[in-house]
Design a binder for this molecule. Sequence first.
Ligand code: NAI
Length: 773
Amino acid sequence: MEIRKVAVIGAGVMGAGIAAHLANAGVPVLLLDIVPEGAEDRDALAKGALERLRKAKPAAFMHRGAARLVTPGNVEDHLERLAECDWIIEAVVERLDVKQALYRRIEAVRRPDAVVSSNTSTIPRARLVAGLPEPFAASFLITHFFNPPRYMRLLELVAGPEVRPEAVEAVAAFCDRRLGKGVVRCKDTPGFIANRIGIFWMQTALAAAIEQGVPVEEADAVLGRPLGIPKTGVFGLADLVGIDLMPHLMESLLATLPPGDPLRAVAEVPPVVARMIAEGYTGRKGKGGFYRLRRDDGGRLKEALDLASGAYRPARKARLESVEAARTGPRALLEHPDRGGRYARHVMLRVIAYAAALVPEIAERASAVDEAMRLGYNWRWGPFELADRIGAGWLGEALAADGLEVPPFLARAAQAGGFYRVEAGRLEELGPDGAWHAVPRAPGVLLLRDVQRRGEPLARNGSASLWDVGEGVACLEFHTKMNALDPQVLAMVRRAVEEIPARGMRALVIHNEGEHFSAGANLGLLLYSANLALWDQIEAMVREGQETYLALKRAPFPVVGAPSGMALGGGCEILLHCDAVQAHAELYMGLVEVGVGLIPAWGGCKELLARFARGGPRGPMPPVMRVFETISLAKVSTSAEEARELGYLGPDDGITMNRDRLLAEARARALALAEGYRPPEPPTFVLPGPAGRVALEMALEDFRKQGKATAHDVVVACELARVLSGGETDVTAALAEEDLLALERAAFMRLVRHPDTLARMEHMLETGKPLRN
Ligand code: NAI
């Protein structure tokens, strides 16, 4: 069964977001909501949702065209159109009666082979199908997306024994490959996996903070970064998702939670929170939450809520010894005697014990629980991975010392030495039965971290490694902070160019599993050299980068870039030199050098010129104008699809929705290119010369007059104009790649000596933001 068209019913927060993401996958979507009473426009709700989606931040659509795939409508006039759909997703209010009434109406019109699913967070599937016709139940699943649906990777999938297997498999495969989700199969238990544990974590943390008098900043400082949890911690997260949502979720969960469940003990809404909700302090969408920003004489003051008095006070940065201690690992945090350490110990002992007691009730495997928390709550480690970092034995003793029950699964892990182990290069997990099992991977998934478990790299230095990823393909991995590029990374690129033919290998993929592919050249290093006036060294590094990227491009084997996240500056330039790119759909790619007062000088100007000259309008000026605009405005894509619109990706470059499939798809691409591979012919450039430069400078002058360009913007853009127009070239002459590299290098060297450029670099390193000087 193929899913070609989808309906989403309920155009609220979730339904709208799910519809947008289906459109991101290129699937036409029907988005229906009710007809508002007395409405002139009967589609007003779905249309309004579509309007909000267009403006959503972070963006719900990956590109402008996607919005056109969503057709708004209503459940009175357009219900029969459900017959066109292969999958019908219900995302209406969390009420059993409303949902069931809707299911009856859907059942009357859907095609027999169509799948229906609910996005419910808390109502068990068994309750949803109770009393409904058998054919409906056989086609009904729970597909639980997380908010926001484009960005949160978890999809919890619940089926039942009566469900047609092909329906389950079709939806699972579609969510995995087309929507890019990590599909975690859950049992039909309250709150499934992620919210069951996540809500217990939040409620426990809230209750303990009140009881122990821990300020919200301190609570978030310990229950955040030191534990691999996003820095929003607990209170920042509650502000983000909406504080009013919590009691609803709790109430609905309590209706089905087993009688002795530990969540019941922390379920109560504390008076301070009830008051916040009643008065509209529901978080970022309301008047404020546990934190708020107060505008004060033009300035902005961050305030935090005092949990005891319920009043706001200026926020304070938490300074805790326990957080310092956690640099050596999470156990040091839990062992530390200060207030933060005691609090973290109280909360996390209970959370890990809770999770351990719920396997196999909520999931067959510990790894499913870990994956759900990683993908659904953005934890770096799920509770069992975290337990292994802390030490299962230590946890068992700590629980006993605090008078808490040690769940049998945790006791087993303490004996076995942990929940996970690597055996013969393969990752295994402990089952609740006490036996070891391979951690499953979906077919077609190739993870660099699995390759790394199997053995040693082909080559390695402090900044990069070269791995054998099978079938004659090597993978070049950066592993510096933010995957910044430095001389050692360049050295490893060179090494790859030599090693691959020497070893009889066939192709290279450039990929890593960091959050970001690369933030660009190491700016700290550059600024350090500039401050010491080591101009020759800087020039040598620019030249080294140019020559290295050129060697990569001219290598006798194909090179495929496989980026995810940010690919900026030098990280963007290396991709421009690849034969092909297989990009993760979430790609933030751009030549951003002007932000630090520089121009791309590792071949970025040259490659973009070559690209825009190919297939574009004839004549030297159009590609020059386009590159000038792209680089001088430091355009960065907000998705891979947009990177294609901006011209950073070519029409033949591929996009992979599921990050876990990126390496495998890049490898397949590289192997396809390896058949009869010949390196590309070096391009030549016909550029407009000084006349073209003058035209660009005039356009620039207009910008400056309109206040769109600062004084130093003009200096940088003039240097860019000189490079792109070909310097002093004559319009009849053809320039070689090397000529353009020389122009890039000369412009870069003039700029890097400029005090305003140095000020921009310093500011960027200190604040992470560009300086507008
Ligand atoms: P919402 O309140 O934002 O939107 C619900 C929408 O359903 C409204 O636009 C409403 O007009 C419409 N609706 C109500 N009855 C309808 C009917 N009979 N036919 C058609 N439309 C109808 O709710 P939200 O937050 O989007 O939640 C929807 C579902 O997703 C719920 O089951 C909820 O538990 C679940 N969920 C919510 C998450 C969240 O973070 N908000 C996360 C994951 C799941």
